[in-house]
Design a protein around this ligand. Sequence first.
Ligand code: EPU
Length: 421
Amino acid sequence: MAMDKILVHGGATLQGSVRISGSKNSALPILAAALLTREPCIIHHVPDLSDINYMLQILSQLGAEVERASGTVTIKAENIKTHAPYDIVRKMRASVCVLGPLLGREKEATVALPGGCVIGDRPIDLHLKGFEALGAKVRVVGGDVKVFAAELRGTSISLRGKYGSTVLGTDNVMMAAVLAEGTTVIEAAAAEPEVVDLANFLNAMGARIEGAGTRRIIIEGVSELHGAEHEVIPDRIEAGTFLVAGAICGQGVTLRNVKPSHLESITERLKMAGFHLENTEKTITIKPNGGAKPLELTTEPYPGFPTDMQAQMCALLATSPGISTVTENIFPQRFMHLSEMKRMGADIKIEGSTAIIQGVEKLSAAPVMASDLRASAALVLAGLKAEGVTEINRVYHIDRGYEHIDEKLAELGARIERVKV
Ligand code: EPU
């Protein structure tokens, strides 16, 4: 499994419809939030991904009972431990989002400190600043970060960082503050739909959160949460990735089970890039519309264009006529996919955190190496239009965040195969 390869035979035309899975980045903190109550929580629409498996393993190690039946996960965290050890935590940075619920419920948590990752140094200083503002102490001992408090008290906290807001930081502080004494106001909060989804789940558990989806979230602490049932929102990044596939080589591709309002920044840009898009309440269709055009694109916190779609968009722009520029504002080092695309014949220069892409007529297939989840997806997309067979190695990156991407693309008509190694 771990060393599987994906082979993409370029030149196929995509057509038809594909069902979008539940959101990975919503599901991860929502599963962690189940630690906040002794009662069972039932979460539907949980995607089948290795990152989700890691999270469920962490929850089991912390003492929760976890059951999974296809897309539904039941978690009962009656008696829990507060130490998440390194061997699992190191596999996934999102493990840090157990800190908030453990601190909220048990008033202490110890989690191995996440290291850097290929998209850059990824600190958690803002998470810790938020916990400290609630009255917790923070210690780093033996590679672990320990947070503990005699009691948590509501207060006003700004989570503004050098690159804007923080998604998991907002989640973490929100999950600690729901059981704090008094009212917490989070300023410069992340407004991503995944934060709203978590707030909705917490409110279903008895929390009192207002303003999720805006820059100011207000949390009135309660003394206890109860079990709840919740359905995870559709994955807007998986959806965006399939839209780009439809742009690169589609003749009418429809996404089912999406929330079009979550994808506005993506569909707007695709319209500007020369495609025809149509929405219904739960579907989006993309069709060609007289030829691709270059774009100027900048990644920003929601509702701006997401960093998690930057690599995929570069794959499209690599063969759009004219000069496009793509500026990465959230993770300035997140450009590893560009050197692989250059090996496929793309004409790209990097200046600081901006990529300047001169569209070429076609890419040519090559063996390529994926560096992170979205980079791998982008290389699959680039392969769809490249001449020859593109071999994508280190497919485990894709399996972290895309549910059966090869099967879904094949259903649309792509010639794609997974080689088990
Ligand atoms: N940052 C700090 N200090 C902190 C936290 C973040 O300086 O304490 C910086 C980061 O280094 C980055 C920026 O703030 O430059 C934004 O990072 P953020 O905290 O928002 O990222 P995250 O919450 O760790 C989530 C997603 C990422 C996605 C980012 C940005 C999950 C599990 N992960 O990460 O998703 O790129 O938000 O939208 O929700 C992916 O799915 O491929 C992925 C990487």
